[in-house]
Design a protein around this ligand. Sequence first.
Ligand SMILES: Nc1nc2c(c(=O)[nH]1)N[C@H]1C(S)=C(S)[C@@H](COP(=O)(O)O)O[C@H]1N2
Ligand SMILES: [Mo]
Length: 187
Amino acid sequence: MIRAQLRRTLVALLVLLAAPAAASSAHAQDPAILTVTGAIEHTNRPPFDAFRDSLFGALDEPFERAFAFSRADLLALPQVEITVSYPNWPVPVAARGPLLADVLGEAGATGDTVLAQAVDGYSPSLKLSELGDAPAVLALEADGTPLSVGGRGPVWLVYPSDAKGGAVEDDSGLTWALFHLKVTSGG
Ligand SMILES: Nc1nc2c(c(=O)[nH]1)N[C@H]1C(S)=C(S)[C@@H](COP(=O)(O)O)O[C@H]1N2
Ligand SMILES: [Mo]
C-alpha cells in the first residue's frame, strides 16, 4: 500500500523532472534560421562544411567561426516591437523580434560592420555606428503574423526610415529572407 503510493509519487516526480528536459531537447532539434559568422567570440557549431552548408557555399561565403540561432533561440531573447513606415510602403508595419544588437551580443560580435545576407543573395553591408541609437530589429513577426519563408521571413532586418540620419526614398537595406549575418571589423 505505502510502497504503491511511494511508487506513484516517484513516477510523478520523474515526469516533472523529465518535462523541462524534453522541452529543451525539442528546441535543440529546431533548424538554425539565422547564423552569425566572422568576427565573433562565441561559437556553437563547427566551421563551414562544403557539403552540409550548401547555401553558404553557393553564395561563396565559407566561414570558420559561427553561432547559429533557431527561431526558439531568437524568441528567447527580449522581444522589441517597432512601428516603421517607408515612402514606398502602403502602410506602416509593426515589426517584432529581438534587437540586432542583442543577437550580435549573444555571438560575442567584435566588429562594427555587418553583411546582412538573404537567401536570394541580397547582402547589403551595414555599419552599426551609422545606426546610432536607432533600434534595428531582427523581425520574426509583422503586424502580429509570423514572417514566412516565401514572404519576408524567416527573419527581416527592420530599422526606422530615419535611422541613418538623412531622408530615404525606400526600404533598401531592410533585408528580408535573412539567414546570415557576417561580422567584420571596418571595411
Ligand atoms: N532578400 C532581399 N531583401 C531585399 C531586397 C532583395 O532584393 N532581396 N531588396 C531591397 C530593396 S533594394 C528594397 S527597395 C526593398 C524593397 O524591395 P522589394 O519590393 O523587392 O521587397 O527590399 C530590400 N530588401
Ligand atoms: Mo530598392
